[in-house]
Structures are given as structure tokens and as C-alpha cells.
Write a protein that binds this ligand. Structure first.
Ligand code: NAD
Length: 287
């Protein structure tokens, strides 16, 4: 039987409806959540991502501002801008859109964001807090995957989970978050000799490798939940995921499409983290 398709766009609409109430409650306290996005250079994909985030902010009643920097912007200029945003009370969340131009040290720049405003959960502080089991802001893409699993009613505790990809922003935090919810987690990566052997054990298979159609039907356990994080632009085909959707759909129990699965939910989680940051800041001001 074909898998249940987890419709990220539909789940996202429910998330926004819940956020609307929280934004309204903040409004009654004269607080409007604010998100600042820094963009250096003019990477076409980054511009699309930012446009989508700004659109999401507008839809959710959140203030957003874009801070553009030239492609040859010196590092101290960007760091000075981040310092200013860190101290700006109207701004509750800050994003630095990656990739950055080569002369900028992405690690250094990202870590200049104040922990309480790191709504992407990308700083060492955020990742360390996640490892320690006390996350402040969880990285948005793994948080989106968890929210989709929960919305679909997929059990996590005691299940076998396999994460393909070990990046600091998706694979590693994903593994930690699944582990924190009681899954037994295997992390596979580019040096894993037999990916299929591991993937076939998974009740929950999260794929974040950035390799078009890497996971095929023969690598999936019948009935498994398959969450496709990958975004691959292929000439003439548009955007495809890391999972061979047509084949895997026939064997999996649940599957997320690309586009329309994890992507929209990730943006909703940026907004959710910004609202939470504003709530925390309002609580501190009220105390
Ligand atoms: P990355 O390039 O930093 O990491 C990719 C990981 O995949 C690496 O750990 C690598 O070891 C592993 N990998 C590569 N080839 C592999 C193979 N053949 N077998 C097993 N593992 C392999 O990428 P990332 O930032 O983690 O992003 C991964 C994908 O997710 C990309 O396509 C990216 O565009 C997408 N992404 C989507 C969202 C979203 O909102 N949906 C958010 C972030 C990233």
C-alpha cells in the first residue's frame, strides 16, 4: 500500500494558526516579535530563502528586516552590524543567511549572534545546550522533522532511527533530538560503507545528504517513516529530494514530498523560535 504523504504545507498552516494566538497575546503586551536577516552578496538561492522567510513573517504578523551587505563586505562591518542587532530590543531573532562570501568566516560570524536571538539554533552555544539536554533554540530543520513526526502520530520512543548526513545544522542535531525522545539512532555519512544496510533497519529514516534520489525503495523497510530533508536543483526537473519519491512511496508507511514537506515547516520553525524568543524577552521585561 502506498505511504501516507505528510503534507508539510498543511501542517505548517496549523502551526501558523497556533502562532497567531501567541503573537496576539504578545501584541496585548505591546510586543511585536521581530526577525532580522543578514544577507551578504547576492546568492540567488539565498534570496529565495529570504523572500520566503519575510513572506512568512508578514503572514504571521511578525516584524522583519533585511540587512544586505556587499559581496566584498569586510568582516568587521558585518560583526558590528550583528552587535547592534544583538542590542536592538525590537529584534528578537537574527539569521545570517549562508553561504557567506569566501572572505567572511561563517563560523565566526554565526557565533557572533547572541544566544537568546539565535533562532536558527546554529551557534556553538545553541548546539552545546542541545547536547547538554537544555536547548534554548533548537535548529529549525531538525525541529521541523520532529514536528512532522509528531503531527503524523509516528512513535519515536524505542524505535530504530537512521539519520543520513552529519552536518552541524541538520544531521547531528537531528540525531540528538531523536535520541532525546527515546529512539536508538544511527548516523550515516559520506564515509559509511554500506548505507543501504543501515537504512533498511530504520523505522524512522531522515535523509539530509544533499544527493538527489540517494535513497531508493530497496533501502527502505516496509512501513518506515521517511523524512526527506534534501533540496537538490536539477536542470529540467526543478527541485528534487534525497529520496526517490516515486519508488519509496510504494514501500514506506509515511513520506514527506520535496518540495512541500520539510521545507515549509523549517520556515515555520524559524517563526516559532522568533515568537518564543519574544515571549522570553517579554517575560524578562515583566519580571
Ligand atoms: P551538508 O553538505 O553540510 O552535509 C551533507 C551530509 O551528507 C554530510 O554529513 C555528508 O557526509 C553526507 N553525505 C553526503 N553524501 C552522502 C552519501 N552518498 N551517503 C551518505 N551520506 C552522505 O548539507 P546540509 O546542510 O546538512 O544539508 C543537507 C541537505 O538538506 C541539502 O540538500 C540541503 O539543501 C538540505 N537542507 C534542507 C533544509 C530544509 O529546510 N528542507 C534545510 C537545510 C538543508
Amino acid at each position: 500500500m502506498a505511504a501516507t504523504v505528510i503534507d508539510g504545507a498543511a501542517v505548517t498552516r496549523e502551526v501558523y494558526a497556533q502562532l497567531e494566538e501567541r503573537v496576539a497575546a504578545l501584541g496585548r503586551m505591546n510586543v511585536r516579535p521581530g526577525l532580522a536577516v543578514c544577507l551578504a552578496g547576492d546568492n540567488a538561492a539565498s534570496k529565495i530563502y529570504i523572500r520566503n522567510k519575510v513572506r512568512a513573517c508578514n503572514g504571521a504578523g511578525i516584524h522583519s528586516e533585511i540587512h544586505p551587505f556587499d559581496a566584498d563586505c569586510p568582516q568587521d562591518v558585518l560583526l558590528a552590524a550583528l552587535d547592534k542587532l544583538n542590542r536592538n530590543p525590537r529584534v528578537h531573532g537574527i539569521l545570517v543567511q549562508l553561504p557567506l562570501p569566501a572572505q567572511l568566516d561563517a563560523e565566526l560570524v554565526t557565533n557572533a549572534i547572541a544566544p537568546e536571538k539565535d533562532v536558527d539554533g546554529m551557534t556553538r552555544h545553541s548546539l552545546g545546550a542541545l547536547v547538554a539536554g537544555h536547548p534554548l533554540h533548537e535548529p529549525c530543520t531538525p525541529r521541523a522533522v520532529m514536528a512532522l513526526l509528531d503531527h503524523a502520530g509516528i512513535a519515536i520512543d524505542g524505535r530504530e532511527a537512521v539519520v543520513v548526513g552529519r552536518s552541524a545544522i541538520v544531521g547531528k542535531p537531528m540525531a540528538l533530538m531523536l535520541m532525546a525522545r527515546g529512539a536508538t539512532v544511527t548516523v550515516c555519512h559520506s564515509r559509511t560503507p554500506d548505507l543501504a544496510r543501515h537504512a533498511r533497519r530504520a523505522d524512522i529514516l531522515v535523509v539530509a545528504a544533499g544527493r538527489a534520489r540517494l535513497v531508493t525503495a530497496d533501502m527502505v523497510k516496509p512501513g518506515a517513516a521517511v523524512l526527506d530533508v534534501g533540496i537538490n536543483r536539477i536542470a529540467g526537473q526543478g527541485i528534487v529530494g534525497d529520496v526517490d519519491y516515486a519508488g519509496v512511496r510504494e514501500i514506506a508507511g509515511w513520506i514527506t514530498p520535496v518540495p512541500g514537506g520539510v521545507g515549509p515547516m523549517t520556515i515555520a520553525m524559524v517563526i516559532a523560535n522568533t515568537v518564543r524568543a519574544a515571549e522570553r524577552s517579554a517575560a524578562v521585561s515583566a519580571a
